[in-house]
Design a binder for this molecule. Structure first.
Ligand code: 5GP
Ligand code: ZN
Length: 114
């Protein structure tokens, strides 16, 4: 999958619409199109890399920033009683979109899946 065809790269470039919850120069966060919980955000680095296994030492700060931002965004979106952070990686990890992302799920249970 080249960056040109990658769904999340296309969202980053503004070629596909998304409901944004946060954006800065290296990161975009938007609502999942098929939410599995009342709050379901996708945290997506603007740089394309496929999985956590493709992350390098240079991504350490960005990955840490994503984890530190997750609770703030979860709370802002109304998940005030806890949340879950999920990263699916590779075929056996159930990954569907091969552009690294963190799911942030929250809100009152029961949730649809996961
Ligand atoms: P994965 O299984 O790769 O971790 O999850 C990919 C997620 O991306 C799925 O939860 C799916 O609903 C979401 N998704 C796929 N295409 C789009 C899209 O075009 N827009 C948005 N907002 N979410 C998408
Ligand atoms: Zn991409």
């Amino acid at each position: 999958m080249s960056d040109a065809d990658c769904i999340f790269c296309r969202i980053v470039r503004g070629e596909l619409p998304s409901k944004k919850a946060y954006e800065d120069d290296e990161l975009i966060v938007f609502h999942d199109i098929n939410p599995a919980a009342p709050v379901h955000l996708l945290m997506v680095p603007k740089e394309h890399f496929a999985t956590l296994a493709d992350a390098r030492a240079e991504h350490e700060r960005l990955l840490g920033k994503m984890l530190l931002l997750a609770p703030r965004l979860a709370r802002e979106q109304g998940a005030t009683n806890g949340f879950r952070v999920v990263a699916n990686n590779g075929p056996d990890g159930g990954q569907e979109v091969y552009h690294l992302h963190l799911h942030v799920l929250g809100g009152p249970r029961p949730w649809k899946r996961l």
